[in-house]
Design a protein around this ligand. Structure first.
Ligand code: FAD
Length: 421
């Protein structure tokens, strides 16, 4: 797809390294490849383009449309059409970003080359990886890709989201929904609890004799007091949360009988939603930027990999310290990373950034809660800025909750417009 002329004349050694440190002097158009056209990658490609129109930016993404996870729990509860979650790449193409509609299958960090499934190769000066997550199919005995067709995870939005929705619709009143939540870290820390809330909302209104059991591999979770106080108020008797200490950790599942086993009991579900452990998108392993946790250690100023030079990792795939794995965070990291890449390509040193994250969750359509944080590099990772951020008040009136639900929708409109619009 791209010529390898420059690569073949820069064949290693100190002279080449010196040239590569300042590619803006060595060549007219520094080539930046971004893998993954989700919240992190698409935002980063656009921010790079804005940072310097000279940059030759290529975004690699196999899917012709992106299906967003935020608000997919609302789809599962039957309150939103999946079409509202889908976004195309036409506007990104119109920004003079080259879109390679293909899957990256290998990265050669020494040659600085990305291979694509279709057979083409892309040479880069800097590579940004934003591949999101891969499900760890080896983590829960009995849970593989075939089992996910019976016990959906719905943690990568699309067909899995619709499968879980259809199963809920088909469940008779009086049925039992079982959700299992993974240990930290994982995509969207409040997500399982928002999902439990919105499924409870659906059950309360359409199948009120039903029950929801949430089996958890943790003893505490994001916005826990807010969620639990809302459950008490809105869904008393409907949701049962089983913590790690109370035997909530799932040790195996059986798809045929839709059964979850813990060390203490078995739970038979009518609808079973397994949210399994995850790791960075597969290309991160192939590029050699993931460590033995399955996630990618990064420099908190530049998001450059600690394992491979000239490769940056953003979004869910990165180990971003105290920052959660959220679309809001991926967007913030993308902009910081783009600015750092532009600075590095000038041969200069990026300044330490401050990043913000806010995660909204809906407990009901008109009941929103949020958590916000501010982060900065400290001790080699991204740490909380002490005294900044916080959560919604525990005793807020109904109109405050309704306002936060409206803020959540406004946030989604804004971030998707910024990323894809
Ligand atoms: C149910 C649920 C609710 C959520 N709600 C919220 C919320 O309210 N607020 C919030 O901020 N976050 C929320 N999130 C989290 C949010 O979806 C993720 O944190 C966010 O999508 C991460 O962005 P990313 O760019 O890292 O990954 P993604 O957005 O998943 O993008 C990754 C992209 O990389 C592509 N890709 C992967 N591998 C390759 C490859 N080899 N070659 C080319 N392309 C590749 C994929 O096709 C995908 O398009 C939610 C998540 C879930 C599951």
């Amino acid at each position: 797809m791209k010529g390898a002329t420059r690569r073949s004349f820069l064949t290693g050694g100190a002279a080449a390294a010196a040239l590569l440190a300042k590619p803006s002097l060595a060549q007219a158009r520094p080539r930046i490849v971004v893998i993954g056209g989700g919240f992190g990658g698409a935002t980063c490609a656009r921010a790079l383009r804005r940072a310097d129109p000279q940059f030759d930016v290529t975004l690699v993404e196999p899917n012709p449309t992106f299906t967003a996870c935020p608000f997919s729990n609302v789809v599962i509860a039957g309150l939103r059409d999946i079409a509202a979650q889908r976004f195309g790449y036409d506007k990104i193409r119109a920004d003079s970003i080259t879109l390679a509609q293909d899957q990256a299958t290998a990265v050669d960090p020494h040659a600085r080359r990305v291979s694509l499934r279709g057979g083409a190769a892309l040479d880069y000066d800097r590579l940004v990886l934003a591949p999101g997550i891969t499900i760890r199919w080896d983590a829960i005995p009995g849970y593989d890709e075939a089992a996910a067709e019976v016990m959906p995870h719905a943690w990568i939005a699309g067909e899995q989201t619709l499968l879980l929705k259809r199963q809920l619709e088909a469940m008779p009143d009086g049925g039992t929904v079982v959700i299992s939540a993974p240990p930290n870290p994982f995509r969207c820390p409040p997500g399982p609890y928002e999902r439990a809330s919105l499924i409870a909302y659906y059950l309360k209104n359409t199948k009120p004799r039903s029950k929801l059991i949430l089996l958890d591999a943790k003893d505490s979770f994001s916005k826990q007091r807010l969620f639990q106080s809302a459950w008490q108020q809105l869904y008393p008797e409907l949701i049962e949360w089983v913590s790690l200490s109370n035997g909530g950790k799932v040790v195996s599942v059986e798809a045929k009988s839709r059964t979850f086993a813990t060390d203490f009991a078995t739970y038979k579900a009518d609808v079973a939603n397994v949210i399994p452990p995850q790791r960075a998108g597969a290309i991160a392993q192939l590029a050699g930027v993931a460590d033995n946790t399955g996630w990618c250690p990064i420099d908190p100023v530049t998001f450059e990999s600690r394992l491979q030079p000239n490769i940056h990792v953003i979004g869910d795939a990165a180990i971003a310290g105290a920052m959660p794995k959220s679309a809001f965070a991926a967007n913030a990291e993308a902009k910081v990373c783009a600015a750092a890449v532009a600075t590095l390509l000038q041969g200069e040193t990026p300044r330490a950034p401050k990043l913000i994250n806010t995660c909204y969750s809906l407990v009901a359509p008109d009941y929103g809660i949020s958590i916000a944080g501010v982060y900065h590099p400290a001790g080699g990772q991204l740490a909380d800025v002490e005294g900044a951020g916080g959560v919604s008040p525990i005793d807020a009136p109904a109109d405050f909750r309704a306002l936060e639900a409206a803020y959540a929708e406004a946030w989604f409109r804004t971030i998707t417009a910024e990323t894809f619009g």
